[in-house]
Design a binder for this molecule. Structure first.
Ligand code: GDP
Ligand code: CA
Length: 322
């Protein structure tokens, strides 16, 4: 990295578990003044009278060290008294809420009801959990991802958690996105002249990143921002490391490959990061337009996360010079 790297500014777009892995790496390499993280809220939903924000919470738990290392979501050392008691009462138990996690949802929900914005609540939670890097919900307005299936539209968490991604995904709608305002700091960062790169974390392109890109003006800002936009492929060797991204691609008639991810982001991309397993796809991706970095993108250890963060930053510095 260049000597001037401490003056550089970066923006990362993230979903949940995959995105948070790279985001954590970035926080080890960059100071809180250099990095902003914008998080998908299309997964958010109202459940048991609470507002639950799965991707924001995954970021908060990952960056504060509270995350459950086995799942990547939820908290480590959770207890389940609430779930057990709810079950005994015949309540809805398809969405697991650990006792500690529940406290966060209760506190957030009650602050939202009292009139605070989701950004304000997120900033408060981040502060309480000791997360110093700015994390913004993509919008303070309500956007909800809906999965189109042969049996009709399904709210995202019903598809993802209750039905375990079994229904065929024909497409997606981001209800409310058209009328939502992107978080003001998000719009401001995209229009700033001192931004050095934008990273699309290895999150699900269809349900974690597309809701962010669906907000009014975002694609235009990304198109005119001089800073390079770099996406890291969540598809490795023709499969997803976790979750339904590969299944969705097959159901939508796409080739299940990192090339389809690059194609999906299309002309927005200046750079694309392929896993070393997919080195043979480099020419195919390059033919679509972006520069390509081939490296290890499988983030098993903290060191892997930090190494990939350094790699994408270095790659962005190369693209700035090009
Ligand atoms: P979710 O919101 O919790 O479902 O998580 P994301 O959308 O942020 O991330 C899901 C995607 O992350 C999946 O498509 C995975 O293939 C991808 N993923 C998970 N771990 C890794 C990793 O270590 N490296 C890469 N390249 N992708 C990963
Ligand atoms: Ca998610």
């Amino acid at each position: 990295m260049s000597d001037a790297s401490e003056n550089k500014r970066y923006l990362a777009l993230s979903g949940g578990v995959g995105g948070a892995k790279l985001a954590l790496g970035l926080t080890h390499v960059l100071s809180p003044e250099q990095l902003q993280i914008v998080v998908n809220t299309g997964d958010d939903f109202e459940h048991l009278g609470l507002t639950i924000c799965p991707d924001l919470d995954t970021l908060l738990y990952t960056l504060s060290g509270l995350a459950n290392p086995k799942t990547g979501w939820g908290r480590a050392s959770e207890t389940n008294t609430f779930m057990k008691s709810l079950e005994a009462l015949g309540g809805d138990t398809w969405f697991f809420l650990g006792d500690g996690d529940l406290a966060l949802h209760v506190e957030r929900s009650q602050r939202l009801r009292a009139g605070q914005t989701l950004s304000e609540v997120t900033a408060m939670l981040a502060k309480k959990l000791g997360v110093t890097v700015p994390i913004f919900p993509m919008t303070d307005d309500i956007v909800r991802t809906v999965v189109d299936t042969p049996d009709g539209p399904l709210p995202f968490q019903h598809y993802f958690v209750r039905d375990q991604c079994a229904p065929t995904a024909l497409g997606f709608q981001f209800t409310g996105a058209e009328d939502a305002s992107p978080h003001p700091e998000f719009s401001a960062a995209l229009q700033a002249s001192n931004l050095d790169a934008i990273f699309i974390c290895p999150s699900n392109p269809f349900v974690s990143v597309d809701p962010i890109l669906a907000l009014p003006g975002i694609r235009e800002f990304l198109g005119t921002q001089h800073a390079p936009l770099i996406a890291v492929s969540p598809i490795i060797g023709g499969s997803a490391l976790k979750g339904p991204a590969a299944k969705m691609m097959a159901e939508m008639g796409l080739d299940v490959s990192a090339v389809s991810v690059a194609q999906h982001y299309g002309t927005l991309l200046d750079g694309f990061v392929l896993d070393q397993t997919d080195a043979a796809l480099e020419a195919d991706v390059r033919a679509l337009g972006p520069e390509v970095l081939v490296t290890n993108t499988v983030m098993t250890s903290l060191d892997d996360r930090i190494k990939l963060a350094r790699d994408v930053i270095e790659f962005s510095e190369m693209l700035q010079k090009a």
